[in-house]
Write a protein that binds this ligand. Structure first.
Ligand code: FEO
Length: 413
């Protein structure tokens, strides 16, 4: 039986159809494009993503990060379009999450590099992910690694967004490998941000910030200040997801703004409904919010994704959450949303709970408790309606909307 199309041969054939993209004088993008992913650990990635890896053609050829395990062929194909992978001398892991280390063991087995580097925490994390993988060396925070003719510097960015995270700076090319920071989940054939529609860039960057980095906003502010203090001149910004930035760098200003978590006159009304009573309440509340001067995003959870709700909250000053009672509880869709929001720790939100019920009516009190755990400032009292709202109940909802809008305006003064 012929073995011409055995595993190795098949990998070689597939790999021929991927090309690297040069992003600076010495650096090539050799990552993978995941057009199909729609769920990235609970974050709905509506436009897919990329797993970016970079090859530095220095005296010591260096690979920065790898890709998610199923994309090994794509990584190797792109590397091979520039250089024989066995010529790689160093491998650097900036972040041990498996979208960047998934195929690290296979790459190391194939390439057999002289050295493999990660942060001190990264060495531990990679060891605990892959168990038999040892010999990884720790780089120092603020330290340099000589690649012969080029120099690579590293800084730890702990909890941006894992304890192991580091960023690297290729001094000669003024290129910052920013790992997950300044990334976005966006699959595209274009490799550079300046080739992509600006509104899509901003929307996907906001979604990424809200769904991943929001709880670490103070660290983002500190990182931006550190970059400034160190005088790091960035000519190319190369994150681990989405396009590479080579001009404009709007993303730095967007991050600085979002990290401040300043609210605007905007409120999100998120709810689910059984027989449209809670929905009627949501509509009346929304009318009141508009009358109070707020911009409103009404997000019925039967058709709104938790990732999109959180994205809308990024610049919101208000949040109103509604649920009917089902079997002594709030609806599971609403519980899911609140669990997700609480983990992302949005700040400076005012709002209130609302909902309908038939007999026991626990949902609204449960919503209030969850909103208090989120340290939200609750305005007046929640609105609870037995079965179907009457005129008085809807007027009360409308008034609540106005009160929340007025409270947001007061906070902004
Ligand atoms: Fe892209 Fe935290 O991994």
């Amino acid at each position: 039986m012929s073995t011409a199309y055995g595993k190795d041969r098949l990998r070689e054939v597939k790999a021929k159809h991927f090309e690297a993209v040069r992003v600076s004088e010495h650096v090539y993008w050799v990552g993978a494009i995941d057009w199909g992913i729609r769920n990235f650990h609970g974050y709905t990635t509506s436009r897919g993503t990329t797993y970016n890896a970079f090859l530095i053609l220095a005296d010591k050829v260096t690979l920065i990060d790898t890709v998610k395990a199923p994309f090994l062929d794509e990584l190797l194909g792109r590397i091979r379009s520039v250089i024989d992978p066995e010529k790689i001398d160093y491998v650097v892991s900036n972040h041990s999450e498996m979208d960047h280390t998934g195929c690290l063991p296979e790459v190391l087995a194939m390439v057999k590099p002289e050295h493999v580097f990660a942060s001190e925490m990264g060495v531990k994390a990679i060891g605990r992910h892959f168990h038999e993988l040892d010999g990884i060396e720790a780089v120092e925070n603020g330290g340099s690694l000589s690649l012969g003719n080029l120099s690579l510097r590293f800084w730890e960015t702990r909890m941006l967004h894992w304890p192991d995270s580091i960023i690297g700076y290729l001094v000669k090319d003024k290129l910052l490998f920013s790992q997950d920071g300044f990334g976005m989940h966006l699959a595209s054939s274009e490799r550079f941000a300046d080739e992509i529609e600006p509104s899509i860039l901003k929307q996907e960057t906001a979604k990424y910030y809200a769904n991943i980095l929001l709880p670490y906003s103070t660290l983002v502010t500190r990182l931006l200040a550190t970059v400034k203090e160190l005088g790091i001149d960035i000519k190319v910004l190369a994150p681990d997801h989405g396009p590479v930035w080579r001009k404009g760098f709007d993303i730095l200003g967007w991050y600085a703004g979002w990290a401040e978590q300043k609210p605007t006159m905007k409120a999100v009304v998120a709810f689910d409904t059984m027989w449209h009573s809670t929905e009627l309440m949501a509509r009346a509340i929304s009318q009141g919010l508009v009358e109070g001067g707020a911009t409103v995003k009404v997000m019925p959870l039967g058709s709104s994704d938790r990732s999109d709700v959180v994205t809308e909250l990024l610049d919101a000053g208000g949040l109103l959450v509604g649920s009917p009672t089902l079997n002594n509880n709030m609806l599971p869709t609403v519980a899911d949303l609140l669990c997700y929001i609480r983990g992302l720790k949005p700040q400076n939100l005012v709002g209130q709970a609302f909902g309908s019920y038939g007999w026991s009516g626990e949902s609204v009190n449960q919503l209030v408790k969850e909103m208090e755990k989120m340290k939200m400032e609750l305005v007046d009292e929640p609105v609870k309606v037995n079965y179907v709202p009457d005129e008085a109940a809807l007027l009360r909802c409308r008034a609540l909307g106005r009160q929340v809008a007025e409270k947001i305006a007061e906070e902004l003064r």
